[in-house]
Design a protein around this ligand. Structure first.
Ligand SMILES: Cc1ncc(COP(=O)(O)O)c(C=O)c1O
Length: 389
């Protein structure tokens, strides 16, 4: 095989994600895992039943249509209309994907040429860096800085070059919990139009907003035809294993993304697509109760982390709380997270792995609160008794 590394150089350094390392540590030490963001209770029983019914009725057990089953595409279009007043044609402007992850990969692979630059908020969700690299493009981070984690719009303007092809936005933002305001979105839209940029928006936490509301960038003037809006069912309905995601955009952008997507998975999750169509049509009370429940969990964990001595940056949305460990007399989040399971039986994620400018996130640690109250309470108690305090 010679001396050439097996892994191509675009993916060098992306060997195992932090989630694999930390989840293994959680198992080995019997820790409470507040690392990876998945709920420990399933979503609505009626929706689980709809998936079981679909399997037994032979709906979606064979390859579904490439763009997604018509029932789901219609339900996605209805959802965009119902919550945001956005009109999409289910036949030409909606594409179903294997989670938001595939939608992101397909969009980046479809829209980028080698050498293009992509501006993305950092800390970034880890698949962004890998997919931009696989497309041969370059990521350009716009650092969201503590304590507010707001995007500096002058800095954004300064980062735009003739090679900038697209902006990759995530709102609500993982891991900081930042939700972009209408004013920030308007300023970003103006820049995108001025510089003729494409935009990909990752909106998987659209229904997990605790203060204010989520606003899709695509609703702003001049944005619909240049924005690929991405979301998925995993977080909103607490079925992260189903991996049903979607894209809404102009017919031209959807066609481009579909071209890449058809050579990734082609199709996926047939029966689950029918169940997600039902989920998207759940009454407003589902979405309100879900938000209220998560707000309560956020407040529970936030109070516990504060009591244990962490500096808590209150998130406006998502499953996550970012903290600063400096008040604990600690500096290095990675070291802290590697020793925390041994020291007190809790697993968290060091934000530094989501940065290029590692200094900005060195002392930040992320905890998820999408867990049962008893689990959160146990973690809080363990953190309060932490050795070496
Ligand atoms: C910001 C962000 N985007 C995308 C995803 C992946 O979504 P999916 O499970 O639908 O692929 C996640 C999951 O954690 C996420 O946090």
């Amino acid at each position: 095989m010679g001396t050439r590394p097996l892994l191509n150089r675009r993916l060098t350094g992306m060997g195992t994600t932090i989630f694999v390392e930390m989840s293994a540590l959680a198992v080995a030490t019997g820790s409470v895992n507040l690392g990876q963001g998945f709920p420990d209770t399933d979503g609505p029983a009626s929706i689980a039943q709809a998936a079981a019914d679909a399997v037994l009725a032979g709906k979606g057990n064979q390859y579904p249509p490439g763009p997604g089953v018509p029932e789901l595409r219609s339900a996605i279009a209805e959802h965009q209309q119902r919550f945001y007043g956005l009109t999409y044609d289910p036949d030409t402007e909606v594409l179903v994907t294997a989670g938001a992850t595939e939608a992101l990969a397909a969009a980046l692979l479809a829209l980028l040429e080698p050498g293009d630059e992509v501006i993305a908020f950092e800390p970034f969700y880890d698949s962004y860096a890998a997919c931009i690299a696989m497309a041969g493009a370059t990521r350009v981070p716009l650092t969201l800085r503590a304590p507010g984690f707001r995007p500096d719009l002058d800095e954004l303007r300064a980062l735009i070059t003739p090679r900038t092809r697209l902006l990759l936005l995530n709102t609500p933002h993982n891991p900081t919990g930042t939700v972009l305001t209408p004013e920030e979105l308007a300023a970003i839209a103006e820049l995108a139009v001025e510089h003729d940029l494409l935009v990909i928006t990752d909106e998987v936490y659209e229904h997990l907003v605790f203060s204010g509301t989520h606003h899709p960038l695509a609703a702003l003037p001049g944005m619909r035809e240049r924005t690929v809006s991405i979301s998925s069912a995993g977080k909103t309905f607490s079925f992260t294993g189903w991996k049903v995601g979607w894209v809404t955009s102009s017919p031209e952008l959807v066609a481009a993304v579909r071209t890449a997507k058809q050579y990734l998975t082609f199709v996926s999750a047939g029966p689950f697509q029918y169940a997600v169509a039902e989920a998207l049509r759940l009454p407003d009370s589902y979405f309100e109760d879900f938000r209220a429940d998560l707000t309560r969990k956020r407040d529970l964990l936030s109070a516990g982390l504060t009591a244990a001595g962490f500096r808590v940056f209150e998130p406006q949305g998502t499953y996550f709380i970012t903290t600063d460990i400096t008040p604990l007399g600690e500096k290095d989040g990675l070291e802290f997270c590697r020793s925390l399971p041994e020291r007190c039986g809790v697993v968290a994620i060091p934000n530094v792995v989501f940065y290029d400018n590692t200094e900005a996130g060195r002392s930040h640690v992320r905890f998820t609160f999408c867990k049962r109250d008893a689990v959160l309470e146990e973690a809080i108690e363990r953190l309060a008794r932490r050795q070496g305090r």
